[in-house]
Design a protein around this ligand. Structure first.
Ligand code: CA
Length: 223
């Protein structure tokens, strides 16, 4: 999952980024409202965390503008105020949830998980395809109940493909959802990482059906 954090307080923004990256999310930061809106409207994010008080364009305005541009990415607004009026204003502008500062990181993570499984995902914490299971809370992968040790990027790619089961996903979509905006990633890196995932699953299970199918010229699909 790739998350955009729009927050003008650099220390808070970096703390959130660092914490989320430890949880396997790819994270981009914008430090003001205008660049936040630009990134949110030009890149494909799975979730946007918006600080309410921002220079140039505040969080509520960004939210309303994104919704007006038909961008329906889940939005979580961070607000220093806890007054009801501010919450209502944020939700009316199209935000999905809000969190009052200061907040605990655990609560932020719980809200991100809740938003990311809406509306497609149910409350389940595992993704299953055939004999392959991902526990999305513990970041563990199992094939026929045998744990498979994946690196953080290998896990993220597999999770993204499994969340989009049955759909053909291009290498560019994988790059956009698994790596940061700053990361200089070539399609070849995706190919190599996919190859590593396959090896890790297929080596101990030489008779396993091919889990990740290559769609030549397009990308990959998981059954
Ligand atoms: Ca602020």
């Amino acid at each position: 999952m790739r998350i955009l954090v729009v927050e003008d307080e650099h220390r808070i923004a970096q703390t959130i980024k660092k914490g989320l990256e430890q949880e396997r999310y790819a994270v981009d930061i914008a430090f003001d409202g205008a660049s936040g809106f630009d990134l949110a409207s030009s890149e494909d994010y799975d979730l946007i965390i918006l600080d309410r008080m921002l220079p140039e364009m505040d969080g509520t305005q960004i939210c309303a503008k994104l919704r007006a541009s038909k961008i329906h990415t889940p939005i979580l607004i961070l607000t220093a105020k806890s007054q009801t009026a501010d919450k209502i204003e944020g939700l009316d502008a199209g935000a999905d949830d809000y969190l009052t500062k200061p907040f605990s990181f655990e609560e932020l993570l719980a809200r991100i998980r809740a938003l990311s499984r809406r509306p497609k995902q149910s409350v389940h914490t595992s993704l299953v395809t055939g004999a392959l299971t991902l526990n999305t809370q513990e970041f563990q992968t199992f094939y026929k109940d045998v744990p498979i040790q994946l690196s953080s990027k290998e896990y993220s790619i597999l999770e993204y493909l499994m969340r989009n089961q049955g759909k053909v996903i291009s290498k560019q979509q994988i790059i956009d959802h698994v790596w940061d905006f700053d990361a200089d990633v070539l399609p070849n890196t995706v190919e190599v990482t996919i190859k590593n995932i396959r090896n890790k699953i297929e080596e101990p299970f030489p008779h396993a059906n091919k889990i990740i199918k290559t769609i030549r010229g397009f990308g990959y699909r998981i059954r």
